[in-house]
Design a binder for this molecule. Structure first.
Ligand SMILES: [Zn+2]
Length: 237
């Protein structure tokens, strides 16, 4: 049975140099990645040109919100009660719809391709986001839990937090039986050691684990013919 790996990188718009370094590494290793764009950054011409220059068969853009509006955990905890600043997709349907519409407007103005995948900032979302996502033509999202209605989800597995391949393999082994292994990155936060580690991680996943790199839209296609994959990503109704 074929096993897959998805690389998910967040916060596109922040630290373009690190983004370029990260994607060059991915492409040099002949692998693939889904990258989450924050809509508000589509004012930066360097970023726009760079995104449009990418081979979309290898690098797929997904929507990572418009404003992001995500608070570090400690602040969320402190401000949870009065909600001074909201997390972008933990609000009501109307606000979610507005965010997604703003993203679509910026996207259609500046980018060549329309995203079908969504990854909420901080991976935080509530059920009010489902209808707006469907209305705005999103088909699949990254998530720790399944969605309802017509929205497919890509299960998350881990974040690249390790600095050595041994530590990575240790953590990976706890989840090695999963058919879809989704590894999250934040290119803006990667240190030199981790940039070096990515090569080893890719080699390990490809050569030792025989995983196939896949993109969100490819996974959705695959689910039409693979019943087990369909069960893993299909909505609960
Ligand atoms: Zn983010």
């Amino acid at each position: 049975m074929k096993k897959y790996v998805i690389f998910k990188d967040d916060d596109v718009g922040k630290d373009i140099d690190n983004l370029k370094k990260f994607l060059q590494l991915i492409l040099n290793c002949n692998s693939k990645a889904a990258i989450g764009l924050i809509g508000k950054y589509l004012k930066n011409q360097e970023l726009i040109n760079y995104i449009n220059s990418l081979d979309q068969d290898k690098i797929e853009i997904f929507c990572h919100g418009y404003s992001h509006g995500y608070l570090p955990f400690i602040f969320r905890k402190i401000w949870k009660k009065n909600r001074i600043i909201h997390v972008e997709f933990d609000r009501d349907s109307k606000s979610h719809n507005l965010s997604l519409k703003k993203y679509r407007i910026a996207e259609s103005k500046y980018l060549k391709k329309k995203a079908i995948c969504f990854g909420p900032p901080g991976n935080i979302w509530n059920d009010n986001v489902i209808n707006p996502l469907i209305e705005n033509d999103f088909k699949i999202m990254f998530s720790w839990r399944k969605a309802k209605q017509d929205l497919f989800t890509i299960p998350l597995s881990d974040n690249l937090k390790q600095s050595s391949i041994d530590d990575f393999i240790n953590d990976y082994n706890k989840k090695k039986d999963r058919r879809i292994y989704t590894l999250q990155f934040h290119h803006a936060n990667l240190n030199d050691k981790q940039f070096d580690l990515i090569n080893d991680v890719i080699d390990f996943l490809k050569d030792k684990e025989k995983r196939i790199f896949i993109l969100p839209s490819e996974l959705l296609e695959l689910s039409k013919n693979d019943k087990e994959i369909f069960k893993l990503i299909s909505p609960i109704n």
